[in-house]
Design a protein around this ligand. Structure first.
Ligand SMILES: *[C@@H]1O[C@H](CO)[C@@H](O)[C@H](O)[C@H]1NC(C)=O
Ligand SMILES: *[C@@H]1O[C@H](CO)[C@@H](O)[C@H](O)[C@H]1NC(C)=O
Ligand SMILES: *[C@@H]1O[C@H](CO)[C@@H](O)[C@H](O)[C@H]1NC(C)=O
Ligand SMILES: *[C@@H]1O[C@H](CO)[C@@H](O)[C@H](O)[C@H]1NC(C)=O
Ligand SMILES: *[C@@H]1O[C@H](CO)[C@@H](O)[C@H](O)[C@H]1NC(C)=O
Ligand SMILES: *[C@@H]1O[C@H](CO)[C@@H](O)[C@H](O)[C@H]1NC(C)=O
Ligand SMILES: *[C@@H]1O[C@H](CO)[C@@H](O)[C@H](O)[C@H]1NC(C)=O
Ligand SMILES: *[C@@H]1O[C@H](CO)[C@@H](O)[C@H](O)[C@H]1NC(C)=O
Length: 484
């Protein structure tokens, strides 16, 4: 539909383009414009001019109510307060001039006054508050005040109403009375005049009244987000090799060795545009389990270059080595979600509604490590299966990963690491990325010998105290040892 092209965006330049498109005849029929402090009116993301031909009363649409008609009770004996009948805001065009008026609930005509003539229009639009998402209010206005930002525009004029005073209503007659008369503010006429149709069907005008104003939220908060993981749809899945390396223990004792694989990938996420939501508005997202996600701009694809590292640790006997390969799948998937959308306003008011949508994400998933057989460094023959990596005694394999991200906007890359081990390993070249066992009681006792214990304690203590320095020295020594 045309309407989608016109749905709101905060981006001034885009609005500008839309405005340029809208002016020469290519009119977006159903989009609602509101007054802005910029030169061009903004397009409301939450309001819609609904052509009466598209309106089905059975469908639950949120029509904007501008007042009520109160029918006097015909039964004199009862203290009947009278029946209230909603008056909906409508607009119609006469000779190219769009004016606002009222459509009584149940009727099929929009009563307007245009150029001094009262008309009952049959071809008109109703003002719809899509998903009841817009925060609307009637704000007192007089000719000495400017037009308020957010005032709803008919085309060149504004939706306004006159508050009917009690001395204006005919007390004696049985004709219905009105709480308000919906009309149009013409700002060009004198300092501004609101023209409306009275209960007797005649036109009147005033220089004070109320304007219909939409207040836009300043940010969104999407909370209690439930991702329906069982309905995940994989769009693409590319197997990736994150890294390959040979981890070897060239020292003279059993040791825990680690290798960190650094990698980067293009991360992207998109939560959809949703209904009646403002594009690019700041949105914080909290999952159902209270996990907070980074703040996004609503309706935009968030892209960033993410840097992660995956570290592999393995216990090896002296003189042995093992080949490791880290694999992953780079996937794009879609998952449906539901959540509570809270719109926050300037005056610290908020408005909440439930929304649902589909989130698309491109990320690295299914990280896994594959080990080759452990082999003797001296003759490359495979160590007898009794000491194969994954299952047998003494050989423990620990894998861990840490992740970080940086947004493309700031283009700075920050990396959070889980522990010192990753930090140290990351700073070394491949060849030097061997770290000593930590002085950990679980590790000790694997192999005997007073000398090795002494070494471990010394190394472990040093690691805890001066991680970077000690590791640098150690790796230097290891390198020397390898060369000799
Ligand atoms: C109704 O009362 C107000 C003051 O309360 C007065 O200014 C106004 O002229 C009155 N209108 C009519 C139609 O008598
Ligand atoms: C990320 O995307 C850009 C272009 O979209 C591409 O040039 C770059 O190689 C990608 N980076 C990675 C790590 O895939
Ligand atoms: C959006 O949120 C970020 C971080 O919370 C903040 O720095 C930025 O100023 C906000 N932008 C707007 C337009 O509110
Ligand atoms: C919350 O849920 C997300 C996604 O379902 C998950 O990745 C995350 O680990 C969970 N966090 C906690 C604290 O349970
Ligand atoms: C380990 O990797 C090296 C180099 O990639 C290769 O030459 C060697 O054959 C591999 N060894 C085993 C046991 O897979
Ligand atoms: C927000 O509120 C302040 C006062 O609290 C007001 O000065 C300002 O104009 C308001 N901004 C908008 C965009 O309504
Ligand atoms: C990774 O992707 C491949 C190819 O799409 C798929 O066969 C494999 O099952 C995926 N791996 C995991 C762990 O999901
Ligand atoms: C390879 O060397 C190790 C000792 O370094 C030895 O125990 C093993 O028997 C050797 N294997 C072969 C096939 O030579």
């Amino acid at each position: 539909m045309d309407r989608n092209k016109c749905l709101g965006t905060r981006c001034v330049s885009v609005v500008f383009i839309i405005a340029l498109l809208a002016i020469p005849g290519l009119k977006c029929d159903s989009s609602v414009h509101v007054h802005s402090t910029y030169r061009v009116p903004l397009t409301s993301s939450t309001l819609n001019w609904l052509p009466i031909s598209h309106y089905e009363p059975s469908k639950d649409k949120n029509l904007v109510i501008g007042g009520f008609q109160i029918s006097k009770s015909t039964d004199e004996n009862h203290e009947d307060p009278g029946q209230r009948r909603a008056m909906y805001v409508c607009r119609a065009a006469e000779s190219g001039v769009w004016v606002a008026g009222a459509q009584l609930k149940g009727e099929k005509k929009c009563t307007v006054t245009v150029l001094g003539t009262v008309k009952n229009m049959e071809n008109y639009d109703l003002l719809e508050n899509v998903d009841n998402a817009a925060r609307l209010s009637w704000v007192t206005w007089n000719k000495f005040l400017p037009i308020f930002p957010g005032a709803v525009v008919t085309e060149t004029m504004y939706v306004a109403r006159h508050v009917v005073a009690s001395n204006e209503t005919e007390k004696d007659s049985s004709t219905p009375t009105y709480t308000h008369y919906i009309g149009t503010l013409n700002h060009d006429e004198r300092l501004g005049t609101i023209a409306y149709v009275k209960s007797d069907g005649l036109e009147d005008s005033t220089d004070f009244g109320e304007l219909l104003v939409e207040t836009e939220p300043i940010y969104y908060e999407l909370t209690s987000v439930k991702l329906n993981h069982w309905r995940t749809r994989i769009i693409k899945s590319e197997p990736k090799i994150i890294g390959q390396a040979t981890i070897s223990n060239s020292r003279n004792q059993r040791a825990k060795l680690a290798e960190a694989f650094g990698y980067e990938y293009n991360y992207s996420s998109y939560w959809g545009q949703g209904h009646a939501m403002i594009k690019a508005l700041n949105t914080s997202i909290t999952l159902f389990n209270r996990t907070k996600l980074p703040t996004i701009n609503w309706g935009m694809t968030e892209k960033s270059l993410r840097q992660d590292s995956y570290s592999v640790e393995v216990y090896l006997d002296p003189g042995t080595g093992v080949n490791v390969t880290v694999k992953a799948n780079y996937t794009e998937h879609e998952v449906s979600y539901t959540g509570q959308l809270v719109s926050h306003y300037n005056d610290s008011e908020s408005k909440s509604r439930e929304i649902s949508g589909i989130r698309r994400e491109e990320t690295m998933t299914d990280m896994r490590v594959e080990f080759g057989p452990i082999y003797f460094l001296s003759n490359l023959s495979i160590v007898p299966t009794t000491v194969a990596p994954s299952t047998t005694r003494g050989t423990t394999i620990i894998t861990s990963s840490s992740s970080s991200s940086s947004t493309s906007e700031t283009s700075s890359i920050t990396t959070n690491r889980q522990n010192d081990v990753n930090n140290i390993v990351d700073n070394e070249d491949d060849d030097n990325s061997i770290i000593p066992p930590k002085s950990d009681s679980n590790v000790q006792g694997d192999d005997g010998g007073p000398q090795s214990l002494k070494n471990k304690d010394a190394l472990g203590g040093a690691t805890n105290l001066l991680p970077c320095l000690s590791i640098s020295i150690l790796s230097f020594l290891v390198t020397l040892y390898r060369i000799t």
